[in-house]
Design a protein. Structure first.
Lengths: 225, 190
């Protein structure tokens, strides 16, 4: 930094243009989302197969409530990934960063509806909460590989919004983990899913936001030499 | 980016910059030099409008140019160039403000720096030389990482973040190192 400070701006321009080899432009956020989602989906499917799909999976896939919930989680994952990639491209519109919100609302809404139906059916007993400690590590296990992959991919972008970018990247990975968990963990009480699974996703998203400034920084100036 | 150009001029200029950046991404250093030369006054104008201390303007302009250079692969030539450049510039101005705020938080403001206590005799040349010698000896007694941390942050005046970038150590690790180094030096000097 001190060397640059003593440099005249015209000299800096000369130095920069003299050390500017050809670069391959970053692929569009949509193309990178497609790549990430395809690889991550394959990995999540493998985890479901290895962990063993829930015995009633075929029956559950015929239930609209279950399908909506899993689809909303997958959609949240995909849109959050797209938003994370967009957030690393300077000059793109800000609304893109909010793209996963409708899917997130649909997911939360489907869980909320489930809680409401349980309450109507069984009163307070329908909302009884018991520890389900397997959710957090399971979601973490499924989301760790997609998480590392998306981190490597967003680091190719510009760190203009580091907190938002890593928050969205963490949401993308954790939502995929939660969707996969629904396919191999037999837990259907909406309140349990809301607290332990959706809660884990929110926690991982928060951790992602907190790590933003450490994980995404402007490259060191030494990169010039 | 706001300047005196009319909207048509601005559109033409944006297209020219877009073409220049496309060529620069392909490795054309002449196009890149021309682009940087053309955008620098615009960046400087933006910084002047947003930053009140004229002494820092050129530093911020250089930070922005360097950032543009480091992330030039993120420019998509299907999109306008102005918003891409403007976002980087505004982001780096905000980063500079944050850096200044953290540096100020580590500094103590006093009306006049006391050289000696009022009741003490003024220091002689010999006293000053002895003190410097003591400090040099205390510095030499530190471990190499501690000495480096003191040199960067207390002698060269770098912020924690800058020292972290320079050494590759985390900010919290540096904080601990400086704290321990200061404690060790105090012990040696007592």
């Amino acid at each position: 930094m001190t060397t640059r400070r003593s440099m005249h701006t015209d000299d800096l321009i000369k130095a920069l243009s003299a050390s500017a080899p050809a670069v391959s432009p970053l692929r569009s956020p949509h193309a990178r989302t497609a790549t990430w989602f395809a690889i991550s989906l394959i990995y999540a499917a493998l985890v479901v197969v290895v962990a063993g799909p829930r015995p009633d999976l075929v029956v559950k896939l015929a239930e609209p409530k279950f399908v909506i919930e899993v689809a909303a989680a997958l959609l949240t994952s995909m849109l959050a990934a797209a938003a994370a990639f967009c957030a690393g491209c300077p000059g793109r519109p800000l609304w893109e960063r909010f793209a996963p919100l409708p899917a997130l609302a649909l997911w939360l809404g489907s869980l909320g509806t489930g809680c409401w139906q349980s309450w109507m059916r069984a009163g307070p007993d329908g909302l009884s909460l018991a520890p389900d400690l397997i959710c957090f590590p399971s979601i973490l296990l499924v989301s760790i590989v997609p998480g590392l992959l998306i981190l490597a991919m967003v680091r190719r972008g510009a760190p203009i919004a580091p907190v938002t970018t890593t928050m969205l990247a963490a949401l993308a990975s954790a939502a995929l983990g939660a969707a996969a968990l629904r396919l191999f963990h037999t837990q259907d009480a909406s309140v349990m899913v809301l607290v332990w699974q959706f809660g884990s996703v929110m926690l991982l998203t928060l951790v992602g936001a907190l790590l933003g400034r450490s994980l995404l920084r402007w490259p060191q100036e030494g990169a010039l030499e | 980016m706001r300047d005196d150009a009319t909207s048509t001029d601005r559109r033409d200029r944006d297209e020219r910059w877009r073409d220049l950046m496309r060529s620069a991404q392909g490795g054309n250093s002449f196009a890149y030099a021309r682009l940087l030369e053309e955008v620098t006054p615009v960046i400087r104008g933006l910084v002047r409008r947003r930053w009140h201390s004229p002494n820092d303007v050129e530093d911020i302009v250089q930070d922005i140019l360097l950032s543009v250079h480091l992330v030039r692969h993120t420019y998509d030539s299907a999109r306008p160039f102005g918003p891409w450049l403007g976002t980087i510039a505004k982001r780096r101005i905000a980063d500079f403000a944050r850096k200044m705020a953290s540096r100020r938080a580590n500094e103590t403001t006093v009306a006049a720096m006391p050289e000696t206590f009022p009741l003490d005799e003024p220091k002689t040349e010999q006293d000053i030389s002895d003190d410097q010698g003591e400090v040099r000896r205390a510095l030499a007694a530190l471990s190499p990482p501690q000495r480096q941390a003191i040199e960067l942050m207390k002698l060269q005046g770098l912020s924690l973040e800058e020292a972290s970038m320079r050494t590759g150590k985390s900010v919290s690790a540096l904080k601990v190192t400086v704290h321990r180094a200061m404690k060790a030096m105090r012990r040696i000097l007592e």
